[in-house]
Design a protein around this ligand. Structure first.
Ligand SMILES: Cc1cc2nc3c(=O)[nH]c(=O)nc-3n(C[C@H](O)[C@H](O)[C@H](O)COP(=O)(O)OP(=O)(O)OC[C@H]3O[C@@H](n4cnc5c(N)ncnc54)[C@H](O)[C@@H]3O)c2cc1C
Length: 304
């Protein structure tokens, strides 16, 4: 009671505004429902694991008139490999991804990034698709998707669309998924043999969203780094690859000085990093310089 009084005083109600609730059992049913709600001018939101949406509803940062819960659509829960591509159903929990031997062996960067998401309790409920759809700038999956060139599959009234990552994320918490579309699957290539990879992030406490983070992949050819990919997250509205820093390393012999130079190039290439209660833009730049260096070192040590 005391808590609710305080919360009201501070203007933060802890209960969502009223909404209608729907629980379709198939993707087609969900899409038809979303389309009907859209046509009737009813503001609807998809509910997956609820780990981001429920707090937003409770804080009234989102006030949809209807929730379309995908929890009963069991066909969206899978992780499988087909022709060198790993397919993950949108309703697969992050816990299942974390426990997946397939991911661990064939796409270790995606696997390790998953382990960095929130706490075990969050990963038990939160879905892989929910993370991609939510598009938090500090989400690990954003940078991993950029680094791996992932694809997202959405289904809407006009059928299926496959969206490459560089067209998927549009802005802060905004993706190319339309109101009447459902994200059904994300796809990542199996990591080619011999690829080295690195993943590093800095959080205030374990389980918090990252202040800044980096994902790297590369290969070694005749003693030089090639096919270098460097992606950052937590610093801008969307995760991004940093071409300038990649160019510094590509074709060159690995070493501390080279990696420090790449770190500096990465920091310089950041376009107006976020300043918020957790960190200033300048602090984020300096974190990126350090994390790029660490990730490159890590990646070279793993490359065959
Ligand atoms: C304490 C805490 C710590 C966290 N730490 C991290 C962290 O370190 N890294 C991180 O990445 N995340 C973190 N999260 C967020 C967490 O990963 C969420 O699980 C995730 O952002 C959303 O997944 P969800 O399944 O819970 O989706 P929901 O919360 O149900 O939905 C999130 C958004 O995505 C939309 N959506 C969901 N599924 C679909 C779909 N299939 N098609 C279309 N739209 C869809 C919803 O409409 C909503 O807008 C944290 C959350 C908490 C509470």
């Amino acid at each position: 009671m005391l808590l609710s009084v305080h919360i009201e005083l501070w203007g933060f109600p802890m209960k969502p505004a009223p909404f209608d609730y729907y629980a379709p059992e198939t993707v087609d049913e969900a899409v038809s429902l979303l389309k009907k709600l859209e046509d009737d001018d009813i503001d609807a939101k998809i509910l997956a694991g609820g780990q981001s949406l429920m707090p937003m509803l409770s804080l009234r940062m989102a006030r949809p008139d209807a929730l379309v819960d995908l929890g009963k659509i069991k066909t969206l829960d899978y992780i499988r490999e087909e022709n060198g591509v790993i397919h993950i159903g949108a309703m697969t929990t992050k816990r299942a991804a974390e426990d997946s031997a397939l991911l661990q062996q064939k796409q270790p960067l995606l696997h390790v990034a998953t382990q960095h998401i929130g706490h075990r309790q969050i990963r038990n409920q939160g879905t892989v698709g929910g993370s991609f759809a939510h598009a938090d700038p500090a989400a690990e999956y954003g940078a991993v998707a950029q680094a791996l060139g992932m694809e997202m599959v959405v289904v809407g009234p006009d059928g299926e669309r496959v969206i490459p990552v560089d067209e998927f994320y549009l802005s802060f918490l905004t993706t190319d998924i339309d109101c009447s579309e459902v994200l059904t699957e994300v796809r990542a290539p199996v990591m080619p043999g011999g690829t080295g990879w690195g993943f590093q992030e800095i959080c205030r406490r374990e389980g918090d969203l990252a202040i800044a983070g980096v994902a790297v992949t590369l290969k070694m050819e005749a003693g030089s780094c090639v096919d270098v990919v460097i992606a950052v997250f937590g610093v801008n509205a969307i995760a991004a690859r940093l071409d300038d820093a990649e160019q510094v390393v590509n074709g060159n012999t690995p070493g501390e000085a080279l990696f420090a130079q790449a770190g500096k190039a990465a920091a310089a290439a950041l376009d107006e990093p976020i300043t918020d209660v957790h960190a200033t833009a300048e602090y984020r730049r300096s974190l990126i310089a350090t994390l790029v260096k660490r990730c490159l070192t890590e990646a070279v040590s793993r490359a065959a």
